[in-house]
Design a protein around this ligand. Sequence first.
Ligand code: MG
Length: 380
Amino acid sequence: MMAIRRSHRPRSVRLVAGTATHTGQIRASNQDAVGMVDDLFVVADGMGGHRGGEVAAAEAVDVLMVGLERSDRAGLVAAVRAANRSILERAAAEPDLSGMGTTLCALAVVDSPSGDDALAVVNIGDSRVYRFAAGRLDQISDDHSLVADLVRAGEITSEEAAHHPQRNILTRALGIEADPLIDSWDLVPVRGDRYLLCSDGLFNELDDGRLTEMLSGGSVQEVADRLVQEAVDNGGHDNVTVLVAEVATGPEPRGTDREAISMARSEQALRSLPVPENAPGVVRASLASASCILAAAVLVLGMYAHQGWFIGSDDGDVAVFRGRPSGLLWFDPTLVEGGDLRVAGLDEPTRIAVEETIVVGSLDEARRLIEGFRGTVSGA
Ligand code: MG
């Protein structure tokens, strides 16, 4: 694929990166995808029957590679939205790809509002971005998964989450709804810092202590190869994909930089893409045409909208619906079954998850989950 030169001036910050991927010991195919071009680095972990997962992950990476029009954090988020539209449209057009989706995390060198080189990170799903700096490993991204919600609610520990039977259930992904919430961060580049982008096949096999040790030595390519090899040796229960990027040229480490990074981490997700007053005409035009494409896609999406399953509340009862929650509100979801379990009786994190709706892959999966919910009913 052609690399698109996005910056019109020489960058003072440059990253070097190494990458490796493996199908693992259990799965028949590798539904992860990885890409890097210029100053953009992407990992995606696809899901969906047949070839759906592979297609969704590859589509997300490809669209991001060519779709980054504005070299700032908002531009990166817009490119992820373009990838989401592309996956939805393709799933609607090709029946055997129906229901496909993917996680996506990416790191890019971008322009900061003051015109300096900055790093931007985006994430949706449970692939992860870590920073390894001054001997310390920090997870930058938040997982969008049921178990991560349970950990944040204080219901289970991180250790319990790591072995939880429902740890593969995502609360957000690309290919699920028309307007997904995408997390993003601005980070201060510091020479020598390493960033690890990976699919869950890595961190489900190696704990943080081991990741820290392995990031400490070797070239970025050596580290990527060794991480993947160790994940496969430890069981390789899932596809495993690793991208290690190091800030090769850029500002020297200073105490204040670390503080700036941790402050940037708490920043809220960027919900909508603002068009600045001085945006060039070409950007406005492309945004306008994107809206037209989206509007035209609504009819096509109507077919797709009735192909999914989710758990939600029906008059206070836990219920299974056919359709798509939020994002596509103009398509009425169809109630499939429910009525014998009250939402109000569930423990708090489960209740919140049901009220916000939980997207599932099938009626069977919905039934299994709801059976699990019965155990959380107070007094049960
Ligand atoms: Mg995976």
